[in-house]
Write a protein that binds this ligand. Structure first.
Ligand code: CMC
Length: 431
């Protein structure tokens, strides 16, 4: 961030205030209002943060108009095509692509932490079997703060490092355990000779009574889904993690807060909602009815997997996801999949509709991911937990960046108060 020597002038009544303008390495300039309240006794008002930069960050950059997503400068399509999830984790956490030796060491460190404390198994069994796996994950990840006391001093860089590695390593184990518990099967321990994605698939789909072979093409598709969800700058769940952490709270508890936020259907829960919507539509001939509902102001229905706060052009992750959907269904020999056919036709008709064109609503990452996950054998309730495990590295990278920033302050938004002004208490018999 550089000072541009430019400033914006704000006039209030007969007074004017000069507000510095800061320049990012990419993206729009930023008006620095940090001193505004002190000087002018006014707040700014921006519910939903549509025009407000909540922090500075050098991790991820999105150009929503151009449909560009960069992690530490590298385009997402190159990372999804040429790299793999753990390498992207390294890049997000440490800022540069690793050398071969650095990558080997990082993979070894992550692999060493894949098991969860044995006593944590009891947490799972305390939940009802029909609990949503996101509810279980929120609880169990929060509970990690009660188990790993040697990595919770956020002022100690080594503690931060160990907490980061633990979270990346254990999240697949926790997500797989939540799934196994929901279907009444025994937990499957991680196998450290497998790569990250294969290990996750095995923990989800193997049973103790049979050999399980992970198909490398499915493992690659799984890894790509992890990569495509790894980080997305200051989205709702990441901002939740940052805000929760800004008080100095326990890192595991802060990630649990991120998981809770991600669950909502406007955010990570959209992948489950999208597949359920495609199933409800059922066949391409019913698409016009659903498009009409999405356009109807009196109907709360929205096309799930469509639209994005930042992308006003194609979500670059959706483009890769669509190719992946074709590849995975091909591999699994799923020909003429009715859900994929409905999705493709829905995309075509929505994009040709002036309502979606005018509002710049395009398919987002969640539009095609559910189709792949379902073809792999995951129930819809596991879609958002898979998003959560992938996004954990993004949450941690942003958390680390914030804690390491000497200018870090507790997050404390202001408000535009609209309630009653001061009045006197009235005894109950006089009301
Ligand atoms: N279907 C129909 N209309 C829509 C949709 C949609 N999916 N998305 C936005 N609109 C309309 C909305 O009604 C509004 O119209 P108007 O200006 O006439 O009132 C206009 O487009 C702008 O919408 P908004 O809600 O003000 O935009 P937002 O930036 O606050 O919301 C969003 C972004 C993602 C929450 C929204 O597009 C949405 O609800 N999409 C469906 C849910 C979804 O797919 N979410 C996943 C997002 S990507 C993964 C992630 O980040 O977690």
């Amino acid at each position: 961030m550089t000072d541009t020597n430019k400033s914006a002038t704000l006039s209030i009544g007969d007074k004017t205030y000069d507000l510095p303008i800061l320049s990012p390495s990419a993206g729009p300039d930023v008006v620095d209002i940090r001193k505004l309240y002190g000087q002018a006794d006014v707040f700014t008002y921006d519910p939903g943060f549509t025009s407000t930069a909540s922090c500075d960050s050098s991790i991820t950059y999105i150009d929503g108009e151009a449909g560009v997503l960069l992690h530490r400068g590298y385009p997402i399509d190159q990372l999804a095509g040429k790299s793999h999830f753990l390498e992207v984790c390294y890049l997000l956490l440490y800022g540069e692509l690793p050398t071969a030796a650095q990558l080997e060491d990082f993979e070894k460190r992550v692999t060493n932490h894949t098991m969860v404390h044995e006593q944590m198994h009891r947490f799972f069994t305390g939940f009802r079997r029909d609990a949503h796996p996101m509810a279980v994950m929120t609880g169990v990840v929060g509970a990690m703060s009660a188990f790993y006391h040697d990595s919770t001093d956020i002022s100690d860089p080594w503690h931060r490092e160990v907490a980061s590695i633990r979270l990346i390593a254990k999240m697949p184990t926790i997500a797989a355990m939540a799934y196994k518990y929901s279907i009444g099967q025994p937990f499957v321990y991680p196998r450290n000779d497998l790569d990250y994605a294969s290990n996750f698939l095995r923990m989800c789909f193997s049973v103790p009574c049979e050999e399980y072979h992970v198909d490398p093409i499915l493992a690659r598709a799984m890894d790509r889904i992890f990569t495509l969800h790894a980080d997305h700058e200051q989205n709702a769940s990441t901002s939740t993690v940052r805000l929760a952490s800004s008080s100095g709270a326990n890192p595991f508890a802060c990630i649990a807060a991120g998981i809770a936020c991600l669950w909502g259907p406007s955010h990570g829960g959209a992948n489950q909602a999208c597949l359920e919507m495609l199933k409800e539509i059922g066949t391409p001939d019913r698409i016009p009815e659903f498009i009409a509902r999405a356009k109807d102001k009196n109907d709360p229905f929205r096309l799930m997997g469509f639209g994005h706060r930042v992308y006003k052009n194609f979500d670059p992750r959706a483009t890769v996801m669509k190719q992946s959907a074709d590849e995975v269904l091909d591999l699994l020999g799923v020909e003429n999949n009715p859900i994929l056919a409905t999705a493709k036709e829905l995309e075509k008709q929505a994009l040709a509709d002036p309502y979606f064109a005018e509002k710049k609503l395009f398919p987002n990452v969640d539009f095609y991911s559910g189709i792949i996950l379902e073809a792999m054998g995951f129930p819809t309730s596991m879609f958002t937990p898979i998003f959560a495990l992938s996004r954990t590295v993004g949450w941690i990278s942003q958390w680390k960046e914030m804690i390491e920033d000497p200018q870090m302050k507790i997050g404390r938004p202001r408000q535009l108060y609209t309630g009653p002004t001061q009045r006197d208490y009235v005894d109950v018999e006089n009301r």
